[in-house]
Design a binder for this molecule. Structure first.
Ligand SMILES: Cc1cc2nc3c(=O)[nH]c(=O)nc-3n(C[C@H](O)[C@H](O)[C@H](O)COP(=O)(O)O)c2cc1C
Length: 211
């Protein structure tokens, strides 16, 4: 049941490749009028990936949303990953949904095994115990048996495993096209469908052969 005043979303960013996916998600959430609050938690490795892939350095964590968006933020609040006493660490705090984007194999393991060792893992643990939506945008390749077992474990506990695998049937021209379509699919999963998301119109087999 979404918050009446507007959606509250937690975004975890970890040290898997794909910082631009986090950036795209935060930009769309910032512009989405249905969302009133975004709690952003970035792991140490996630901060490293922001620096490596986007040249966004952390410095003062409070300034991170503005640096990631490239403009001031009105609704994104950064929480330190070591602060397991933050609001989102409790089920009594009304987060509607959480996405971990990108989600490293390390954080997947923590979530799948309920270790709650940092705020991202604890907030995810809370989403599972409260039966709220948790989307894990995992990324690595190839996967080991441990990764695959952790995916299954997390999925069976209620998480949605949504690998950072782009689609191509919308004929993307740029990396931004790829990232935006993927992020739109993720946001649709947490009840925030976006108008810009490409929807497959259907195609007959004979038409596909002519193309
Ligand atoms: C440049 C770079 C790229 C990485 N890419 C991945 C990746 O795609 N998937 C992954 O699971 N780990 C990746 N790692 C390793 C994680 O960052 C590392 O396991 C880290 O401990 C994860 O910590 P976290 O889950 O707290 O963010 C990468 C590390 C670096 C420095």
């Amino acid at each position: 049941m979404p918050n009446r005043e507007g959606r509250i979303i937690t975004v975890g960013v970890t040290g898997a490749s794909g910082a631009l996916l986090a950036q795209a998600a935060l930009r769309i959430l910032e512009d989405d009028a249905r969302v009133t609050r975004v709690h952003l938690v970035v792991s140490d490795a996630g901060q490293r990936l922001f620096a490596t892939e986007l040249e966004v350095t952390s410095g003062d964590l409070k300034q991170l949303p503005q640096r990631v968006l490239g403009r001031p933020s009105t609704k994104i609040e950064t929480l330190p990953n070591h602060d397991v006493g933050a609001s989102i660490a409790s089920g009594s705090y009304p987060v509607d949904a959480m996405i971990v984007i990108p989600c490293s194999m390390g954080t997947l393991a923590s979530i799948a095994n309920g270790t709650s060792e940092d705020l991202i893992a604890r907030a995810a643990d809370v989403m599972l115990k409260e039966c709220r939506k948790l989307v894990l945008c995992i990324r690595d390749t190839p996967f080991s048996r441990i990764h695959l077992e952790n995916m299954l474990r997390a999925q069976q506990a209620g998480a949605l495993i949504m690998p950072a695998i782009p689609s191509f049937y919308h004929q993307p021209k740029t990396i931004d096209d790829l990232a935006t379509q993927y992020v739109c699919r993720v946001l649709a999963q947490i009840g925030l469908p976006q108008e810009r998301m490409y929807r497959w119109p259907g195609q007959s087999a004979s038409k596909a052969k002519q193309a």
